[in-house]
Each structure stands twice: as structure tokens, then as C-alpha cells.
Design a protein around this ligand. Structure first.
Ligand code: NAI
Length: 336
């Protein structure tokens, strides 16, 4: 039997390392391409059984139709979020879409907490200062996390790890989720609130909901105006959960005390690439990077050894199940 042919877009050295290890069990013909999937690279999918993409590869209606024309039978996302895929177009074209719903909630949760701690205790500034022989503490004062309140939006797999860690610091938790799990909340000793109550009470707000029509620009001017002065906002979810220009206004006025952003609404042009020899022509991103109370990381929440190992195993298992006609446990539908 011919090996299953898979075109793998946005391939980075760490992807190739972990997928090659995992592929020893499957023996697929994996063709790695550095570039993103787009209409200029679609020709590379000709005759492929499956196409594997990541968070910044856009599978819109045009791409999906072209994939089907090229004979592609499965679109395999090697990530949890699927906001980059037009699921209606996929259904209309008969192209099943699979994903990796869970690979390591610890990876993203721990990164969210790393951003909180760094911003609070100004580790990013202290690091540069002491390297330059400057041992002054001016401007580095933080606050005790103990007895402060965290507002957690979305209480799924990642958020639950964040809540557990923050409770370890002695923080109070307010959470919002349109599908609250009251028994979990009782067991963990926190309570669900409305968004307004969460905004009014939280010292740190961390976003862990998916990007949907309901959550696009959740953090807008009305949300920010309801928040505490000096609030810290952490986003490891998706960039478009926050209206970035409005966030910048809040940072300039001091209403927002700090922001930790692992995702950015226009990240596709920059994140995962070395642009250090170029001028940043995205003025919004450049402004964000100019604040000393903002940390931007380039969508690296997932980047742990354990997560990469699981992503590779689950993605290749998804492809294998499809090829063998087995039920697709990780099928994405518009109702997912
Ligand atoms: P999950 O599906 O386990 O949890 C999502 C939670 O959000 C659910 O409890 C759901 O009820 C809730 N939710 C849905 N609509 C909501 C709304 N309108 N307002 C508030 N909550 C709402 O997802 P998981 O695994 O915890 O991941 C959360 C998000 O994190 C993903 O959707 C993805 O966008 C992002 N992510 C980021 C990564 C990174 O590297 N930075 C890696 C993996 C995921």
C-alpha cells in the first residue's frame, strides 16, 4: 500500500523533530513546507491525502475548494483552536476537519501564569537592568498575588489549571463561562459571576475562551471601563478576543496596569518568523512593543516538549483513523 501522503504547512524545526519521531509508528509520507497554506502554495497539495496546518494558516472557502480540487481528503489541524477554518465551506465541500482538542493544558496555563508573574514583578525589566549594571529598584514594585482576585473568562481545560495554580498563591477566583460547571466550582471553592461583576472585582483578568462570534472583541471599551484601575490583562486565547487599539488607549491612560499577550489579532504576518532585520510596519504592534508594562510572546503557550509530543501523536492518529475509516474522535463541526 502507498504511504499516506500529507502536506505539512508552516513547518518549524521543532514540529519536524516531534512529528518524525511519532511518524515511526505510522510510516506516513510527510512533506514538510516552511510556508503557510495560501493560494500561492496550494499547488503543493496536489495529490495529497491530507493537509496539516497550524494556527496562522487560513483555510477559507477559496482554499478549501482548491484543496478538494487537488484531491485532498482530510484537513488536519495540529492545534486546538479552529477559528482559522471556514467550517461551513469545509462541510459544503465534503472535507472533514480534525484537530487536537487537548495536548497539554499545563503548557498554556503555565505560560499564562509566567506572564502574570513577570509583569507583576517586572522580571523583564529587571533582567535587562542588571545586565547593564543597573541595580536600582526604581519602578519595579509589584503586589502580593496572595488575597488578590483573578477573573477567569472561560473555565475549560486550560483555565482549570490556571485556577488551581492561582489558588495555590492564595488568590480569590471569579469566573465567567456561559456553560458554568457549578459542581466543579463548588469543589474548587470559587464562584461563577457575570462578566460585569468579574470586571469590577478582578485585579488580574485572564482569557481562556475560544474565539467565536460571541467572544470577538469581548474586551472592548465598555468592558475596560468596567474594570478596576490598574488591572492586569492576560491573553493566551486568541488575539481577536481583545480590541487592540482600545487596549492601547487603556494602557496609555493608565486604566490598564499591564498586559501579557501571547496572541495578537494581526499576528499572522509576524509570529513564528524572525523579522529582526526588518522595520515593523504594523503600527499597532509597534506601539504595543513600546510599553514597558506589556509583554508580547509570539503564540508560544503551547511550546513545551510534552505538548509537542502529544500534538504529533494525536495529529497522526487522527489521520490514521480517517484513512482506516474509523470514527473520528476529534472531528470539528460547526457545533463543536
Ligand atoms: P476548552 O474548550 O476546554 O474551554 C473553553 C471554555 O470557554 C469552555 O468552558 C467554554 O464553555 C468557554 N466559553 C465558550 N464560549 C464562551 C464565552 N462566550 N465566554 C466565556 N467562555 C466561553 O478550551 P481550552 O483547551 O481550555 O482552550 C481555550 C482556548 O485557548 C482555545 O480556544 C484556544 O483559542 C486557546 N489556546 C491557546 C494556545 C496558545 O498556544 N496560546 C494553545 C491552545 C489553546
Amino acid at each position: 500500500m502507498n504511504p499516506v501522503k500529507t502536506a505539512f504547512f508552516s513547518a518549524k524545526p521543532y514540529d519536524i523533530r516531534f512529528f518524525d519521531i511519532s511518524n515511526k509508528q505510522f510510516g506516513f509520507d510527510l512533506r514538510y513546507f516552511k510556508g503557510t497554506l495560501n493560494m500561492n502554495t496550494i499547488a503543493l497539495t496536489q495529490g495529497m491525502d491530507a493537509v496539516c496546518i497550524f494556527v496562522n494558516d487560513i483555510a477559507d472557502a477559496e482554499i478549501i475548494a482548491a484543496l478538494r480540487n487537488n484531491g485532498v481528503r482530510l484537513l488536519a489541524l495540529r492545534c486546538a483552536g479552529f477559528n482559522n477554518v471556514d467550517l461551513h465551506a469545509a462541510a459544503d465541500n465534503g472535507l472533514p476537519v480534525v484537530r487536537v482538542p487537548q495536548y497539554s493544558p499545563y503548557a498554556v496555563a503555565e505560560h499564562a501564569v509566567a506572564l502574570m508573574l513577570s509583569l507583576n514583578r517586572k522580571i523583564h525589566r529587571a533582567y535587562w537592568r542588571t545586565r547593564d549594571g543597573n541595580f536600582s529598584l526604581h519602578g519595579l514594585m509589584g503586589f502580593d498575588m496572595n488575597a488578590k482576585t483573578a477573573g477567569i473568562i472561560g473555565t475549560g481545560k486550560i483555565a482549570r489549571i490556571v485556577i488551581r495554580i492561582l489558588k495555590g498563591f492564595g488568590m480569590n477566583i471569579l469566573a465567567y463561562d456561559p456553560f458554568p460547571d457549578e459542581s466543579y466550582a463548588r469543589a474548587e471553592g470559587f464562584r461563577y459571576t457575570s462578566l460585569d461583576e468579574l470586571y469590577a472585582g478582578a485585579d488580574i483578568i485572564s482569557l481562556h475562551c475560544p474565539l467565536t462570534d460571541q467572544t470577538r472583541y469581548l474586551i472592548d471599551s465598555s468592558a475596560i471601563s468596567n474594570m478596576k484601575d490598574g488591572v492586569m490583562i492576560i491573553n493566551t486565547g486568541r488575539g481577536k478576543l481583545i480590541h487592540t487599539d482600545i487596549l492601547i488607549d487603556g494602557l496609555k491612560s493608565g486604566k490598564i496596569g499591564s498586559a501579557g499577550l501571547d496572541v495578537y489579532e494581526e499576528e499572522g504576518d509576524y509570529f513564528y518568523e524572525d523579522k529582526s532585520d526588518k522595520i515593523i510596519d504594523d503600527d499597532t504592534l509597534a506601539r504595543l512593543l513600546s510599553f514597558n508594562n506589556v509583554i508580547v510572546t509570539s503564540h508560544q503557550g503551547f511550546l513545551t516538549q510534552e505538548a509537542l509530543h502529544n500534538i504529533a501523536d494525536i495529529t497522526l492518529q487522527n489521520i490514521s483513523d480517517f484513512i482506516q475509516g474509523k470514527p473520528l474522535a476529534n472531528l470539528v463541526t460547526s457545533g463543536t
